[in-house]
Design a binder for this molecule. Structure first.
Ligand code: CTP
Ligand code: MG
Length: 225
């Protein structure tokens, strides 16, 4: 079976606030994108990679993939305005005979073979998708505009989900088909759920922390050191 990975790196990184897109922020000596790209390329479960770069940054992204010797990269395309537009652009480059599509955020540099293995396993048991998640630990409150607590929400059964997210290719294509282009969801699994797909959560990894702010970037750099 062939497993295609879409690495989405096309965001602007507004909350990080650098003079270049977040994927090209320095993590150690290299652009952050290099870390997840190298890990996906080395992962024995991944056959091919589509890189989704910020518009205008396709060339540096391809050069980086070459420098890193990432031989599984089959295409590099520009992303779109929303993350879902970037995923759709990446999916257009996935081969027709792909059996599984795995989507990963370049903003989560520290992925491991183990987590990839965990999200792939449910697909062979008939699930349409699997996502890594961690049970929510903090107490959750719904807060109004004036800062006043409106209610304390039970965290029973609540999980914070991460990427990589893996899907059966047919279910994934259905979720992202033009006829479903108006569906709103904040992650790929949300799109698949919206068309009735069965998605399960598997154990995530605290190291899959998403780099949003400069503090996150420092934390990831420390984890790597
Ligand atoms: N992403 C993307 N295309 C977009 C938006 C996001 O490919 N139009 C990717 C980002 O590159 C990142 C992942 O989706 O790898 C998660 O997005 P997020 O952390 O929100 O990154 P940014 O959108 O770049 O950051 P910000 O929201 O602070 O601008
Ligand atoms: Mg964003």
């Amino acid at each position: 079976m062939s497993v295609w990975a879409i690495l989405v790196a096309a965001g602007r990184g507004e909350r990080l606030g650098l003079d270049r897109p977040k994927a090209f922020a320095n993590l150690g000596e290299e652009p952050m994108l290099a870390e997840s790209l190298r890990r996906l390329d080395a992962c024995p479960w991944i056959d091919a990679i589509v890189l989704v770069a910020p518009p205008g940054w396709e060339e540096p992204a391809i050069l980086l993939a070459e420098e890193e010797g990432c031989g599984k990269v089959r295409a590099c395309v520009a992303g779109g305005e929303l993350r879902s537009d970037s995923v759709r652009a990446g999916l257009a480059e996935v081969a027709d005979d792909a059996v599984v599509v795995l989507v990963h955020d370049a903003a989560r540099p520290l992925l491991s073979d183990e987590v990839v293995e965990r999200v792939l396993a449910p697909l062979s048991e008939g699930w349409d998708g699997a996502v890594p998640g961690l049970p929510v630990g903090d107490t959750l409150k719904r807060v109004g505009g004036d800062g006043r607590v409106e209610e304390t929400v039970s965290r029973d059964g609540l999980w914070a989900v991460q990427t990589p997210q893996a899907f059966a290719a047919d279910a994934f294509r259905r979720a992202y088909s033009p006829s479903n282009s108006l569906l709103q969801a904040t992650d790929c699994a949300g799109h698949v759920e919206a068309v009735g797909g069965r998605v399960r959560v598997v154990e995530g990894d605290p190291r899959l922390l998403k780099v949003t702010t400069s503090t996150d970037l420092e934390r990831v750099a420390e984890m790597l050191a």
